[in-house]
Design a protein around this ligand. Sequence first.
Ligand code: TMP
Ligand code: ASP
Length: 264
Amino acid sequence: MRPERLIARLTLAQASCLLIGVEIEKSPFYEGKAKRLFRAANNLILQEFKNSATAFNGQKKAEIEGKAEVNATMSAMIFQYLEDAEIKTHLVDFIPPRSHLIQQLKMIPLEVVVRNYAAGSYLKRAISKEGEKIRPPALEFFYKDDSLGDPMMDEAEILAKQIADASDMAELKKQALKINDVLTQMFSQVGLQLVDFKLEFGKNSEGQIVLADEISPDTCRLWNQESGEKLDKDRFRFDLGNLMDGYQEIFSRLKTIIQWKERR
Ligand code: TMP
Ligand code: ASP
C-alpha cells in the first residue's frame, strides 16, 4: 500500500507516531474519564486526551470541543517547564494535536494533592474559609479507585496496605513540594494564583519515582490574581462560566513565558 493511503486509515496521532518512527497499537488498552492509552513500540505509551469533562466521580459529564487539544498542549508545556527545573516526568514527546508519547511506568495508585489556599473538598474538613492561605502547604493523598470514590488516605494506611513504602512516601512529598514551588512561581509570573493541584506518580524501570498523568486546568485550581476569577475546571463543576474561556486565558498567558516548540 502506498504510504499516503496507509496514513489516511490511521488516526492523526498514529500517523504522527509513524512519521517519527514509533508504531502504536490501533485500539486503546485503557480508557479513563479524560484520556485513552495505546501501547507503542519500545515500552512507550501514547496518552491521548479526550474532550470529555467529568466531575463528582463521573456523575456530571459533558463533551467540550477543543478541551483535549488545549489541555494536551498546556500539560506538555508544563511538563517541559518542570523538566527544565530538573523534575523527572514521563513525557517523551508531544504528538499534535492531542497526545503525549510517554514512558511506561508502574503507577502508584495515589492522587497527591498540594494545597496553597483553602478550596474545594478541603473546605468540608478544615476550619479555614475559601481562599485562606495554607502555610506550610497541605499535602493530601487519595487512593485511586473509582468504585470507592477515590477516598482520602492517611500515610499509616498507605504503608499498612503497602501502596507505597516509607522511602516512596518521603520522595512523593519531596517532589510534590518542589513541583509546588516551581509551578507557584511560574503561574504567578503570569498573574495566576495556584490554589491547589493534583499529581500522579509512577516508577520507571530503574525504580525512580517519576511524575506522570497530566497537569492542566482539569487538575489545578487557578485564580486570576487580580480579580479572583476562577479559570479552572471549577467553572464546569459549579457552572461558573464557559470552561474554554478560562482554559484559553491560562493557555495564552503560559505561551508568553514558555518557549513552546511542538516537536522537541
Ligand atoms: P478537591 O478539592 O476536590 O479535593 O481537589 C483538589 C485538587 O485536585 C483540585 O485542584 C482538583 C484536583 N482534582 C483532580 O485533578 N482530580 C480529581 O478527581 C479531583 C477530585 C480533584
Ligand atoms: N475528575 C473527577 C471525576 O470526574 C472529579 C473532578 O475532577 O472533580 O470524577
